[in-house]
Design a protein around this ligand. Structure first.
Ligand code: SF4
Length: 187
């Protein structure tokens, strides 16, 4: 475990290791596609050969959250689905990143009603927002490259002082506490 002095001045070995870890992490993203609506077509387009996210080391989707570190939330999230999204996020391995793909995931989009969550950042921390309804593949690739830049620049968790958890931003309190994130047991 690092002492206070080592944390302030980590030295050549730790900074080089951090830089290598950042490089490895940004080029070995395993996306988990949480696809719920029409933005899914655009997600498929960007994953296929025309745009080819393999060039960015993010082409291999995993369909279990335990093997993923990039949660792509693609489409509208309603209140009934909110606990499922939260459960998926909690099951993912650390360090992990979240992308809100499209207007609906980012802000609820044009749905101004009681069923739609007004942005997934009401539930989980979001690292990158992609605007558009749906977003163009070029916008998605741009967001992916910006996320990779952020991963490289961020402090890498090397020593598990806090259980290896990635530092996340403080989330604002839920508006009116309207989202019930408890998983409902089947009747
Ligand atoms: S942002 Fe537009 S295209 Fe994407 S899920 Fe919402 S309504 Fe559909």
């Amino acid at each position: 475990m690092l002492g206070p002095t080592e944390r302030e001045n980590p030295g050549f070995f730790v900074t080089t290791l951090e830089s290598a870890l950042g490089w490895a992490r940004k080029y070995s993203l395993f996306p988990y596609p949480f696809v719920t609506a029409c933005c899914g077509m655009e997600f498929m387009a960007v994953s296929c050969s025309h745009y080819d996210t393999d060039r960015f080391g993010a082409a291999l989707p995993r369909f279990t959250p335990r093997q993923s570190d990039l949660l792509m939330v693609v489409g509208t999230i309603n209140h009934k689905l909110a606990p499922v999204l939260l459960r998926i996020y909690e099951q993912m391995a650390e360090p992990k990143w979240v992308v809100a793909f499209g207007a609906c995931a980012s802000s609820g989009g044009f749905y101004d009603n009681y069923t739609t969550v007004a942005g997934i950042d009401k539930l989980i921390p979001v690292d990158m927002y992609i605007p558009g309804c749906p977003p163009r593949p070029e916008t998605v690739i741009d967001a992916l490259m910006l996320l990779q830049r952020d991963i490289q620049r961020s402090k890498q968790q090397i020593f598990s002082e806090d259980g290896g958890k990635q530092p996340h931003p403080e989330l604002p309190p839920l508006l009116g506490g309207e989202i019930d994130t408890r998983i409902q047991k089947p009747l």
